[in-house]
Design a protein around this ligand. Structure first.
Ligand code: B12
Ligand code: SF4
Ligand code: SF4
Length: 307
C-alpha cells in the first residue's frame, strides 16, 4: 500500500470508529467546488439576512484562503433520521427532524477534535488540521460531492446513496497529503422536480439554488425576531422550527434508515409544539438557538390559517 493510501485508510478507519456513517477525501489543491455558483448567490444577495455568509465569503469560496497550505479536505457524514411526525393534531406545529434530539454541533465537535489529536499523534504534531461542521466557512455540500459521498440534489440538499438527504456534514481541512476519492460525477435527480413543486414558499428558485430569503428555516431558526419573519408568504406552513418538506417528498429518502445515534433520536415533547407546550429546558438542544421568544412566535406563525 502506498504511503498516501495508508494515511487515507488510517483516517477513514478513524472516522468510522468515531461513529460517522461515511467519509471521503478530496484534494484541496484543485479548486473549491461550486466557487462561482456560491459567489453568484452572494452577489445576488440570495443569502438575505444571513450576513455571516457574505462576511466569510472569501474562505467559503476558496479553501486555500482558510488554510493556504491545505492539501486535503476530509468530509464525514452522519445519518440523523429519527422517524416520522405521526398524526399531527389541531394546534400542533411540527419541529424539523434535525432538532428532535440533542444538538449535533457538540456531537461533531467532540469527535472531530479527537480525530485531530489522533491524526497529529500518528503523523506529526506540526500537521495543520482545521475542523468544520456547519458554522465553519466551508462549502460542505460541495466538498462532500467532491469526496465521492453523493451528489447535490435539485433541493440543494446533499444526497447520499444509502441515507438520502437526512445527514449532517462536517470534516477536516489539513495540510497532510492524502489519497483522494473519485468525485461523484452524476447528478441523479433525473426528471424529478418533487422538491421544487412541494416547497411551500417557492424557495428553490432553480435546480440546486435555494433563495435563503424565501426558505422557512432562515426565518424560523436563524432570524425569527426580525420584522421580515412576519411576511405573509412565510405563515401557515405547519413547521415551527426548520422545514422538512423538500426532504419528505424526495424519492431518495424512500429507503431512509433510522439513525444509529441515540442523541439524534426523538425526545419526548420535541417533535411537535403547541403554544402551551414549549419545553422548560432548551439547553443542549437545537431549540436553544431559537430561544423562548422565537419559539412562541414560530408556533403562532406555523399555525396561521390562511382561508
Ligand atoms: C446557510 C445555511 C442554510 C441557509 C441557506 C441555505 C442555502 N441553500 O444556502 C438556510 C437557513 C435556509 C438553511 C436551511 C437548511 N439547512 Co442549512 N446550512 C447552511 C450552511 C451554514 C451554509 C450553506 C451555504 O454555503 N449556502 C450558500 C449557498 C449558495 O450554498 P448551497 O446552498 O450549499 O449551494 C451549493 C450548491 O447547491 C451549489 N450551487 C449553488 N448554486 C448552484 C447552481 C448550479 C447550476 C449548480 C450546479 C450548483 C449550485 O453550490 C453551493 C456551494 O456548495 C451549511 C453548512 C455549511 N457550512 O456548508 C448548512 C447546511 C447546508 N444545512 C443543512 C441543513 C440540514 C439544512 C436544512 C435541511 C435544515 C432544516 N431541516 O430546516 C434546511 C434545508 C434547506 C435547503 N433546501 O437547502 C445541512 C445540509 C446537510 C445535507 N445533507 O445537505 C448543512 C450542510 C449543515 C450540516 N453541517 O449538516 N441552511
Ligand atoms: S426547507 Fe422548506 S422552505 Fe426551505 S427550501 Fe426546503 S421546502 Fe422550501
Ligand atoms: S425531490 Fe427529486 S428533484 Fe428534488 S432532490 Fe430529490 S430527487 Fe432531486
Amino acid at each position: 500500500m502506498s504511503d498516501l493510501l495508508f494515511k487515507s485508510r488510517f483516517i477513514k478507519d478513524l472516522s468510522m470508529s468515531h461513529g460517522f456513517d461515511d467519509v471521503g477525501i478530496a484534494s484541496a489543491r484543485e479548486g473549491t467546488p461550486y466557487q462561482a455558483e456560491f459567489l453568484d448567490a452572494i452577489t445576488q444577495k440570495r443569502h438575505g439576512p444571513l450576513d455571516y455568509l457574505e462576511k466569510t465569503a472569501a474562505s467559503r469560496a476558496d479553501v486555500l484562503d482558510l488554510m493556504p497550505t491545505a492539501q486535503s479536505v476530509i468530509t464525514v457524514l452522519k445519518n440523523y433520521y429519527p422517524g416520522d411526525h405521526g398524526k399531527v393534531a389541531e394546534g400542533e406545529a411540527k419541529i424539523s427532524r434535525y432538532a428532535w434530539g440533542g444538538d449535533y454541533h457538540d456531537w461533531f465537535r467532540k469527535r472531530l477534535r479527537k480525530m485531530r489529536k489522533e491524526i497529529k499523534n500518528r503523523f506529526g504534531q506540526d500537521i495543520k488540521v482545521h475542523i468544520f461542521n456547519d458554522t465553519g466557512p466551508v462549502l460542505e455540500r460541495g466538498w462532500a460531492e467532491k469526496a465521492g459521498l453523493g451528489f447535490i440534489g435539485k433541493s440543494s440538499m446533499f444526497i447520499h446513496r444509502d441515507f438520502g438527504t437526512w445527514t449532517f456534514l462536517g470534516g477536516l481541512v489539513t495540510d497532510l497529503k492524502l489519497a483522494t476519492d473519485k468525485p461523484f460525477a452524476k447528478q441523479m435527480c433525473g426528471s424529478c422536480t418533487a422538491c421544487i413543486d412541494a416547497c411551500p414558499t417557492q424557495a428553490i428558485i432553480s435546480p440546486q439554488q435555494v433563495d435563503a430569503r424565501r426558505c422557512l428555516t432562515t426565518w424560523n431558526v436563524e432570524r425569527p425576531l426580525l420584522e421580515e419573519a412576519k411576511q405573509d408568504f412565510l405563515q401557515g406552513h405547519g413547521f415551527a422550527i426548520g422545514c422538512d418538506i423538500c426532504q419528505e417528498v424526495c424519492p431518495w429518502n424512500k429507503f431512509e434508515k433510522l439513525t444509529s445515534e441515540d442523541r439524534f433520536k426523538a425526545r419526548p415533547g420535541q417533535t411537535k409544539l403547541t403554544s402551551e407546550q414549549i419545553p422548560d429546558n432548551l439547553k443542549g438542544t437545537p431549540l436553544a438557538r431559537v430561544g423562548y421568544a422565537g419559539l412562541a412566535l414560530n408556533v403562532q406563525r406555523a399555525l396561521v390559517k390562511k382561508y
